[in-house]
Design a protein around this ligand. Structure first.
Ligand SMILES: Cc1cc2nc3c(=O)[nH]c(=O)nc-3n(C[C@H](O)[C@H](O)[C@H](O)COP(=O)(O)O)c2cc1C
Length: 329
């Protein structure tokens, strides 16, 4: 629950804020290759909850980013472990255990986290699970998740196979579980934040918006491309290969779509074009024509690169203004 108090947001009764120890229930989603420590710290400094992703990171690199975040902020932050990004998670859990005094929560995306949930709880951390259907949400709750992150089909990166959009997904999840719900997919500002709360969420998670920030380690070419996006600038590849993957509709994505069309019965011919490293080419090296670029539909609403702390702070102020305008109406 979020209330207005003296024209500011009062989040003292908000379940996500209480669990994570934060001021505003705005979470930075796991961002393969580009969810770095500086960005996580900036989100947390702004009052939200930053996360360091392990996808696209070696164990050493993952630890280095956790150390950077710890040095840059005293506020809580978390880590994202997407299932299937690595073949063996044992060394990543060792890092989580080693830094458990600084890591507040672990989020799981992209697969079935059941085998890992109790492990994280034994370490003493909050468990957040990304889901995209009511059935998955109920299972996550039954397995002991503390928060579900319900991700709609608008979202950048891997989407759920059911392709449910946030507008219908959030109220369904609110009916399916009693644990706190964080809405992801299609949110980049205070309007999306307030709308998510109205639909039944306790908070929001943003991915694409946090890529286009000064602290994100994504290449400038990637960030600038996001600020130039229009409504039709994203598309979905890999639907029948590894599951839907929402990306920027650059020449590379269009080529992949054509290869998929011609090889609909030969998955092995398409897989090399959608491997994780094809994301790195654009995201880190900045060669935006030679790889796929994860981007959500919300890119069309992003028109400038700015500090992640500032984005979160402004969301709090503007959400209060929106709620005030409802009161006045
Ligand atoms: C560049 C990029 C990389 C992503 N990588 C991951 C990841 O490694 N793990 C994960 O759970 N989600 C990942 N996601 C999904 C985000 O965490 C988040 O849920 C999603 O971006 C929300 O939708 P939005 O893009 O509309 O904000 C990624 C999204 C983007 C845009």
């Amino acid at each position: 629950m979020i209330k207005l108090s003296n024209d500011s947001l009062d989040t003292s009764q908000n379940r996500v804020c209480a669990l994570l120890g934060i001021e505003l229930p705005v979470i930075e989603g796991g961002l393969a290759y580009v969810g770095n420590g500086l960005l996580a710290a900036a989100v947390s400094e702004g009052g939200g909850f930053g996360q360091i992703g392990c996808a696209g990171r070696t164990v050493d690199n993952f630890e280095r980013e956790i150390v950077i975040a710890s040095q840059k902020t005293n506020k809580p932050f978390g880590v994202n472990l997407p299932i299937s990004a690595h073949s063996d998670y044992t060394p990543y859990f060792e890092i989580v255990r080693r830094h458990k005094s600084r890591i507040k929560a672990v989020s799981f995306g992209g697969g079935n986290p059941a085998p890992y949930i109790q492990l994280v709880k034994e370490i003493g951390l909050i468990v957040m699970v990304v889901i995209s259907t009511p059935v998955q949400a109920a299972k996550a709750e039954a397995f002991g998740a503390d928060i579900v992150i319900c991700e709609g089909y608008e979202a950048g990166g891997h989407n759920g196979k059911a392709e449910l959009t946030s507008f219908t997904l959030i109220p369904q999840i609110a009916r399916a579980v009693s644990i706190p719900i964080v809405a992801a997919g299609g949110v980049c500002d205070a309007r999306g934040f307030v709308a998510s709360l109205v639909l039944g969420a306790d908070g929001v998670q943003m991915g694409t918006r946090f890529v286009a920030t000064t602290e994100c380690e994504a290449h400038t070419n990637y960030k600038e491309l996001l600020t130039e996006a229009k409504g039709e600038s994203t598309t979905v590849i890999s639907r029948h290969i590894k599951g839907p993957l929402r990306v920027y509709k650059n020449e590379y994505a269009q080529r992949v779509m054509e290869i998929e069309r011609q090889n609909w019965d030969k998955t092995e011919n398409v897989l090399p074009f959608i491997k994780g490293t094809k994301n790195k080419t654009a995201a880190i090296d900045g060669v935006v024509g030679s790889g796929y670029i994860a981007a959500g539909q919300v890119a069309s609403l992003i028109d400038h690169i700015e500090s992640a702390s500032e984005i979160v702070r402004r969301m709090s102020i503007e959400a209060a203004e929106i709620l005030q305008s409802f009161h006045r109406a």
